[in-house]
Design a protein around this ligand. Structure first.
Ligand code: FBP
Length: 550
């Protein structure tokens, strides 16, 4: 294999990620101080019934001193779900932590996500292997996947495959769905006395795996900075050419954290926040009117250009669409629907089975969007919102409404829309210093948790707005974050997603400024991520975490 790397990659390979002081000074064999027993965020009784072995575990905080990790450990790791910058550093941190516990420790990487565990596809890491991936973006070290591990037979196969390699610890690097599965696996392993411990690491660019204890999911920092750089570039182009309205859809399957963070970094004219749309019960028509009104106001001031940020998950938060999609999700799981090949037959079936309101909402959408909504769900039952072209839908509807207004003499401007979708551009970017340090620390902490004999925990690094030496490492029980939600037409125990809070500081900071941003040209151009240079530029975390935690 030729090993060609770019000059930046070569320089970046030498970067030594920073660790919390307790781990940097004492290594991973530290004292695991335990707090009081915990409860789940909601539905306590149901969660306790489903997870009798893992429910109520205490929060763990690592403190200086000597812990009980004395023996070499054999551990398996998977990357699960969508790519997020920093995944390679989680594995590097885990590897270094395990080798520090004992040079005879082994780390196995299961290939292609959770399916690697059931299909027994793995590699064994060594120094050269790991060194080639330090501080790089991507998940290509072992690949990722979205296979859902939730059945007892799957768990039994996982245990069998792990036992064959003497693996006693598994680390699942994933988002809310993958860590829900990690919790189920931990429970299964404990219930069946397998001796296998399971630890999760909070990954997702979407930023929605967070709570009081998990301050951020990794990848959010880098991805939102990449998108913000691109948005800033487009703002500058718009402000130069003065002839286009750019509608930019931003990843984030459900929560609008990325759209909000990018808005705070770039000051666009309009940023839609799905959670607000839902809270205000806005219809699609009202959203379109709101955008068109802003376009008209700017046109009145001779500004026929602007920037609109659209969160990827918007459509599911518009109440009429949300109800329709929920009904659609159940109907798409119907074997009869799945037996139909013809689009017209599918349509007829849906129209017959959907409630009147949902059928009406569905039929107001253009055929292309209807087809996108009928596409397969992901293995976790989610609509694949990255494939729904909401940004184009909005351009069309805003254009139509402005034409109506023009005909009535209410609007005299020129509206020309350009659509963009930023998602895949940021998911494998070279991790920012923040993500490089955070991820390495998460992996190292996962090794420390396994060394301390813990299972059913999410690796946690807190105090993230401070310098890395002041970060606090530990573990948060996975059951603590769980509640019951409806998925695939059934009630399920899942980790609760963190949506944008409308009374939270990031949203309030945005809400205070947005009226001015709509009319003025207050664009901010953040520029590309910097890896070398002053800490004030290179190590600055996101605006979201600064506002939430400072
Ligand atoms: P995770 O929740 O698995 O981290 O993935 C997030 C995400 O990037 C979403 O923002 C996006 O909607 C989705 O993955 C895209 O999925 P895919 O990679 O399957 O196209």
């Amino acid at each position: 294999m030729t090993n060609s790397v770019s000059p930046l990659q070569a320089a970046r390979a030498a970067y030594q990620p920073k660790l919390p002081k307790v781990l940097a000074e004492s290594g991973p064999n530290v004292v695991a101080a335990e707090g009081a027993p915990t409860t789940s965020v909601a539905d306590n009784e149901s969660i306790q019934r489903l997870f009798p072995k893992s429910y109520g575990l205490p929060v763990v905080t690592f403190q200086a001193g000597v812990g009980k990790a004395t023996q070499a450990l054999s551990v398996g790791v998977i990357l699960s779900g969508g790519q997020a910058p920093g995944g390679h550093n989680v594995i590097a941190g885990l590897y270094d932590g395990l080798k520090k516990i004992s040079p005879n420790s082994n780390l196995y990487g299961f290939l292609g996500g959770p399916s690697g565990l059931t299909e027994n596809q793995y590699v064994k890491f060594d120094d050269a292997f790991i060194n080639a991936y330090r501080n790089t973006g991507g998940f290509d070290i072992i690949g990722s996947g979205r296979t859902k591990l939730e059945k007892e037979e799957q768990f039994a196969t996982v245990v069998q495959n792990c036992k064959a390699l003497n693996i006693t610890g598994l680390v699942v690097i994933g988002g809310d769905d993958s860590n829900t599965n990690a919790c189920m696996l931990a429970e299964y392993c404990a219930k069946n006395n397998t001796g296998i411990k399971v630890i999760g690491c909070p990954k997702t660019i979407d930023g929605d795996l967070k709570n009081e204890w998990i301050e951020a999911s990794f990848g959010f920092d880098t991805a939102s900075k990449v998108y913000s750089e691109l948005i800033g570039n487009i703002e500058r182009d718009a402000n130069s050419a003065k002839k286009y309205w750019h509608f930019i859809k931003l990843m984030g399957r459900s929560a609008s954290h990325i759209a909000l963070e990018c808005a705070l970094q770039t000051h666009p004219n309009i940023a839609l926040i799905s959670e607000e749309v839902e809270a205000k019960k806005m219809t699609l028509r009202e959203i379109v009117e709101e955008i068109a009104t802003a376009v008209k106001k700017r046109a009145d001031a001779k500004k026929d250009f602007g920037i609109v940020l659209v969160p990827e998950g918007l459509i599911e938060f518009i109440p009429e669409m949300k109800t329709m999609i929920a009904e659609l999700n159940d109907l798409l799981a119907d074997p009869y629907f799945n037996g139909l090949n013809d689009d017209d037959d599918k349509h007829q079936f849906l129209n017959k089975k959907m409630g009147a309101g949902s059928a009406q909402a569905f039929n107001t959408l253009p055929g292309g969007i209807q087809r996108q909504l009928m596409m397969d769900r992901d293995p976790h039952g989610n609509v694949q919102v990255s494939r729904i072209e909401t940004e184009k839908l909005l351009i069309d509807l805003v254009g139509d409404l402005l034409n109506e207004w023009k005909a009535k003499g209410h609007y005299k401007g020129k509206f020309s829309g350009q659509n963009h979708f930023f998602g895949y551009e940021g998911r494998c970017a070279a991790p920012s210093n923040f993500d490089a340090d955070y991820c390495f620390s998460l992996g190292y902490t996962a090794a420390a948790l396994l060394g301390a004999g813990k299972t059913g925990y999410l690796s946690s690094i807190r105090n993230l707005t401070k310098t890395a030496d002041q970060w606090v490492a530990g573990g948060i029980p996975l059951t603590m974050m769980m509640n019951i939600e409806r998925r695939h037409g059934k009630e399920k125990a899942v980790i609760k997603k963190a949506l944008v809070e409308l009374d939270g500081k990031p949203f309030l900071a945005f809400a205070e400024k947005r009226a001015a941003w709509a009319t003025e040209d207050a664009f901010l151009y953040p520029g590309p991520i910097q890896y070398f240079g002053p800490a004030s530029v290179c190590d600055r975390p996101t605006e979201t975490i600064l506002l939430e935690r400072s």
